[in-house]
Design a protein around this ligand. Structure first.
Ligand code: GLA
Length: 420
């Protein structure tokens, strides 16, 4: 048993939710798929359309019922970088050009995307929303961008039928207030992702987007996953990661390679317990990969924990005082316990073992913030089994693995969505 524990919860500030934008979207963390983490710039219309089919396929079961990823909430399909016709711009721009009326528009690579509108039409016909991507990194604009260029991008977004947009931090279209104002003026509710890697961040009165990247890109490694996870803690503690303004440590690396199955479930559990948007990128047409990961990504109890809202987005409340080194520049506590309140005195708890060998992790339920019971029903979220009443849990957790529970007065997962 590890006794070296640090209580963090009393340090949390009791503040109200941040004032988000009022487009009515992302009241719970958005779920979907986006092309970057696996495919990078190897993306085209065919891949996007195939991924749409993957999101709506009911070829697998949840609780005995044929269910698609979209049935579970993963309904936004996002196209990331590399859709631009690089070098086809005018006036010094890389991919922005003027039409015969002098209006600016973004030039699409029509070899890769012969008919973008047909692509978003297909998404809509399948019951999906479609996300686009701007202020790109590949072929970024480097000269100052005028407001007319922003306006041209928003006009194109509307004309192509997109419902969401990720605004990256690479080019000079960096003004998120201007983006928000122009998107708002369209009259269409458009989901906005701020991908400025923690450089443009919200405060208690300003959050003109629906979710924001807290740090750099992830790579396919546990160190990267855990490093990015730490960057969300401040946003949970200061109450800013909240409905309409979620902290996002990056899209999911689940199924993208480089992680063991233990690391994959620890990663998914962590993103769920901190209320991060759950954006897949894996190959949805890979049957054996999908079969392997389905029990995780389609676990309705874990998704319900992610979607629940009871005033706090999820953060560590105890961690080891002993650190382990996960890479040359990342040292983290050898274990961390995260909690997220689910409402009615129910709490989700994730026990993470960051060490390179297994550890016996002990949780005293009396130490869990917000629990209304001292001996509580324990529901195992990974196995989906009731474990009966406990006042203490001792789990043998493998290296880079996790254990994930709902603790409550009564048996069962009890994590129905509670929206603020
Ligand atoms: C940045 C972003 C990534 C991805 C790439 C595309 O690195 O952080 O998520 O969009 O750009 O070039």
């Amino acid at each position: 048993m590890l006794r070296c524990r640090l209580k963090l919860w009393p340090l949390l500030l009791a503040v109200g939710p941040v004032a988000g934008i009022d487009n009515g979207l992302a009241r719970t963390p958005p779920l979907g798929w986006r092309s970057w983490n696996l495919y990078y710039d190897h993306v085209d219309q065919t891949l996007m359309m195939r991924s749409m089919e993957g999101l709506v396929s009911r070829g697998r079961l949840v609780d005995g019922k044929p269910t698609s990823l979209c049935d579970l909430g993963y309904c936004d399909i996002g196209l990331d970088d590399a859709w631009q016709a690089c070098g086809k711009g005018s006036g010094g721009y890389q991919y922005h050009a003027q039409d015969s009326n002098g209006d600016w528009f973004p030039v699409v690579n029509t070899t890769r995307f012969p008919d973008m509108k047909a692509m978003t039409d297909k998404a809509h016909s399948l019951g999906l929303t479609a996300g686009w991507y701007h202020n790109n990194c590949i072929c970024a604009e480097t000269q100052n961008v005028t407001a007319e260029v922003y306006a041209g991008d928003v006009k194109a977004l509307l004309a192509y039928g997109y419902d969401a947009v990720k605004l990256d931090g690479c080019g000079t279209e960096y003004d998120l207030d201007l983006w928000w104002r122009l998107l708002n003026e369209t009259g269409k509710a458009i989901l906005i992702e701020n991908c400025h890697w923690g450089k443009t961040v919200p405060n208690s009165t300003w959050c003109p987007w629906n979710f924001f990247r807290t740090t750099v890109d992830m790579t396919h490694s546990y160190a990267s996953v855990v490093g990015n996870l730490q960057s969300t803690i401040q946003w949970a503690k200061n109450g800013i990661s909240s409905p309409g303004c979620w902290a996002q440590p990056g899209g999911l690396e689940v199924g993208c390679g480089g992680l063991t199955s233990a690391e994959t479930r620890a990663h998914f559990g962590a993103w769920a317990v901190i209320s991060a948007p759950l954006i897949l990128s894996m190959d949805l047409s890979d049957v054996s990969l999908m079969d392997e990961l389905w029990p995780l990504i389609a676990n309705p109890d874990i998704l319900a924990v992610n979607q629940a809202w009871a005033g706090h987005s999820g953060s560590p409340f105890q961690e080891s005082l002993t650190n382990v080194s996960l890479s040359s520049d990342l040292s983290v506590p050898s274990w961390q316990y995260f909690q997220k309140p689910l409402g009615d005195g129910r709490v989700a708890v994730l026990l993470m073992n960051h060490a390179s060998s297994e550890q016996q992790l002990t949780l005293h339920l009396a130490d869990v913030p917000g629990l209304s019971c001292s001996t509580c029903s324990v529901y195992d979220l990974f196995t989906r089994e009731d474990r009966g009443p406990h006042s203490e849990l001792t789990e043998l957790v493998a290296s880079h693995d996790a254990a994930f529970f709902v603790l409550s007065n009564a048996p069962g997962p009890h994590a129905e969505v509670i929206v603020a």
